[in-house]
Ligand binder design. Structure first.
Ligand code: ATP
Ligand code: ATP
Ligand code: MG
Ligand code: MG
Lengths: 256, 256
């Protein structure tokens, strides 16, 4: 089955979507057959590939068994990268999946036993900033979770919460997802964000990727053009950093 | 009953908590008896008043009827400002409240008919970055909703989604909450964020507050010290702006 990387942090606005999208593009550029799954009802990753309206069928339909994995995949402008899009229906997913203990494993069953096996080498999942049934589906399906965090005080709290939530899943619910590192995003050279970055490195040591993603105006410029920043400005701060982080992620996944 | 202002945007990381906290402090400084309600399971507003651990009883207990409004309120360092804190239990609130159509009105009943009437002139609610039962409780209870948004492409999408979700609530569900304006946050003078701000002003006109909240390093410095930025640096960019926006909000609430 494919390696499945969930990109998660309970805190909002820490660059989960920016990270998931750019890493998926970089993995595909290296020749891996990649599927990016957008599990966020906001649909930013789906919009990031030019879909101004969310498609009628997508990720929740696969999770709920209404549609096969292969038939819901959309092509992207990048060879070897396909998208399982967010849909409007994701907004009601928490209610649709509530109350059914087994519903947390739906996506896992599709990715680990179903059709996905022949279709992709790597799956990247963009998670919403919440910790409900949708995120649980991602974390049960994932073999690894990447925790992006902006080094500010609230996001630092969010990182700690997310870290403990994942530990609890592994211990109590026998989920096998392991943390594939902490990625510092939107960092600055000086000031409170630089202090925050140092504090997180001191606290989490090797878990933090050596490469951080600097604040870079090209990220918003790229989003305006529905392009990943690694494509719009590969030699810029964020572009180069995402290329380097993809290599570091692969090294961690393969246990180097 | 008190005026109830929900601070909401489905998009994560747009300064909902920073805005709710600073406006609550400014309103209290003007002599209004204010209660800040933290409905976000992340508990950033609660941590923002120095609570390193979430208290055992709080907002969800009031919503679910397990605790009276008055007995759950915590004092803050600011006279006339009290906090109804987030608790760990909020993490399971979506599941606890799911499946019960009437559960969306629980907070509204407490704020409009219950004890809150004698206790506060203004209530400010910090919402999570999601659109489930917890946020619905806030929007049904609110008389007005303030929509903070960072002028970047994803948050612009989030603003449009949030705007339509509120319109739909008013039309289909007879909620009486009205939009009390759009607040541009973390803005810049030039570049894509300045372009985004201009686009939002062109699209929403008078709905957008004349004052915007500039990007200001003092916001993260203040969060590190568990202080609102209007207290740490009242003469700085964000500090002055939040004071001005509070006056603009009051003018909109009183229909000037
Ligand atoms: N390296 C960067 N430099 C500058 N801005 C950035 C960077 N990374 C992300 N951003 C900006 O920060 C905002 C938040 O990023 P993004 O939407 O990817 O975060 P998220 O964690 O997915 O948010 P949500 O919690 O709402 O899903 C984006 O609008 C983006 O423009
Ligand atoms: N005017 C500003 N200047 C600089 N940074 C800011 C400003 N306002 C907010 N921030 C930073 O942006 C981050 C996000 O703000 P905040 O946590 O208030 O947003 P939020 O919408 O409440 O996020 P969530 O969706 O996770 O609840 C904070 O860590 C804060 O440091
Ligand atoms: Mg996102
Ligand atoms: Mg918040």
């Amino acid at each position: 089955p494919p390696a499945v990387v969930a990109v998660f942090n309970h805190k909002g606005g820490v660059a989960k979507t920016t990270t998931a999208t750019n890493i998926a593009v970089c993995l595909a550029a290296r020749g891996w057959r990649v599927v990016l799954i957008d599990l966020d009802p906001q649909g930013n990753a789906t919009a990031g590939f030019g879909h101004t309206r969310l498609p009628p069928v997508g990720a929740l339909d696969v999770v709920a068994g209404r549609c096969g994995f292969a038939e819901c995949l959309l092509p992207t402008p990048f060879a070897d990268l396909r998208l399982l899009p967010a849909t409007e229906a994701l907004r009601m997913a928490e209610l649709e999946l509530a109350g059914d203990e087994t519903a947390v494993q739906l996506l896992r069953d599709h990715l680990r036993e179903g059709e996905a096996i022949g279709l992709a080498d790597m799956v990247v999942i963009d998670c919403p900033p919440s910790f409900g049934m949708v995120t649980l589906n991602a974390l049960y399906a994932a073999t690894a979770v990447l925790l992006p965090t902006r080094p500010d005080p609230y996001a630092h709290d969010g990182l700690l919460n997310s870290w403990y939530e994942i530990k609890r899943l592994r211990q109590e619910a026998e989920a096998d997802v392991h943390v594939a590192g902490i990625l510092l995003t939107m960092t600055e050279e000086r000031g409170p964000l630089a202090d925050g970055a140092q504090a997180i490195r001191a606290e989490f040591g090797q878990q933090v990727y050596p490469t951080h993603i600097p604040g870079d105006v090209a990220v918003a410029e790229a989003a305006q053009l529905s392009l990943p920043v690694v494509v719009l400005d590969p030699d810029g701060g964020a572009g180069r950093a995402y290329v380097a982080v993809t290599a570091e992620l692969l090294a961690r996944l393969h246990g180097d």
